[in-house]
Design a protein around this ligand. Sequence first.
Ligand code: ADP
Length: 458
Amino acid sequence: MLYFIVSLIPLFVFSRITSDTLKQYFKDTKEKEFLNQANIIAGSIQKGNYLTDKIKDRLFENEIDEKSNEEAVRILVLDDKGVVVKDSNKTEVGKVYAMPEVISALDGNDAANLRDDEGVIYATAYIEDNNSKKIGVVLLVASFEEFNQLLNEVNSKWFIFTLGICIIVACIVFFTTQVFIGPLKDILKVIQKITDGQLHQRIEVSGRDEYSQISEAFNNMTEQLESIESSRQEFVSNVSHELKTPLSSIKVLSESILLQEEMPVEMYREFFQDINSEVDRMTNIVNDLLELVKLDHKEAGLNIKETDINNMTEDILKRLYPLAEKKDIKLLYESNKDMIIEGDEVKLTLAISNLIENGIKYTPNGGTVKVIIDGDHQNCFITVSDTGIGISEEEQSKVFKRFYRVDKTRDRETGGTGLGLAITHSSVILHNGSIKINSKENEGATFIVRLPIKYSES
Ligand code: ADP
């Protein structure tokens, strides 16, 4: 509504200005026209020597009457003292006219003046003798009433016309703002609700215009927000659950110790060993969580350096040989190419260690875990394959989620936190790389990590 009123103001002002300009234009034209007539009459009086030659008085009188009828104006002729010599109405002869227009004409300045208050227009022109002496004045008097009426009529019609235009323009402005601003208001309402925490809110999308595209993009963004929020909640509940399990075990174990009056030392030792392994488990979870938090904060930055992938892998394997030996697992290494890439060695070591450790963990005794290094001119490929239990196709997309485990019971036995692959995934993604699984249940698993040789900040 405000736009409607605001748009009326300039149009209304425009209407007033044009109306005043029109009035002024009519006034000026009329004044010029009368002045011209006065000059013509003065010229003919001067030419005929009517003022000085008394013999021509009759002719003079006729000329004045004729001209007055022709032009529909009253004509007065005054002498150099301002005394009326001739009057087409015959009523003012002998009277003195000392009005400003007459004085100005006797001074040599013809004048035309429209007197709004009297509704009359006066025009004067001086008459000269042969020696250029001002000997008289022609005064034209015409009623302006009729003209004023016409002008007012034109003005009121003009006003109605511009008012009509104003209303039409205002309506157009009003409806177009409704069309353009209406959808924005809807978007704003939904944004407000989302800000208040109602993440399930969506903007209604209809059509294919720019607003619909914005609404669609906004809805997608809100969906993302909602999924981030729900995964955050899921993560918090997972963390609480993961920490609660070892805490409950510690509680049960310590209560058992307290309740037993006289317990053999071996039993104490056994109970404390269990408590100790639960504390280890909690420490592992907390360490992995801290590692993930570090990887989540991109701004914490990677310590990018030239990293020799072959050396790095050999170091990891050296550390893991004892673990593999315990399960009688063959840990094989094959390097098809010397690869030096730009990367953060610490984070990459963590990522590859997790894959090899998993290979050992999920491969039954006597199996094999093999690491192959290869590459082309753009990427380095690290393949970790095992002859273990494998991962079904259905589970493959889920194993990178935090705390996700295929078989929860067995993982508690293996001591896994469910965070290892999430850490590996985050670290590889931070290096702009990718990770792929090839596996079938009970047929072993192969993880292929691709890392770009040149690191570029995305
Ligand atoms: P965890 O600490 O439990 O090993 P991860 O995040 O490393 O957690 O792995 C997630 C799950 O993926 C594991 O619990 C396991 O079920 C499955 N998994 C990971 N690596 C392998 C593998 N090499 N073979 C079979 N299953 C695997």
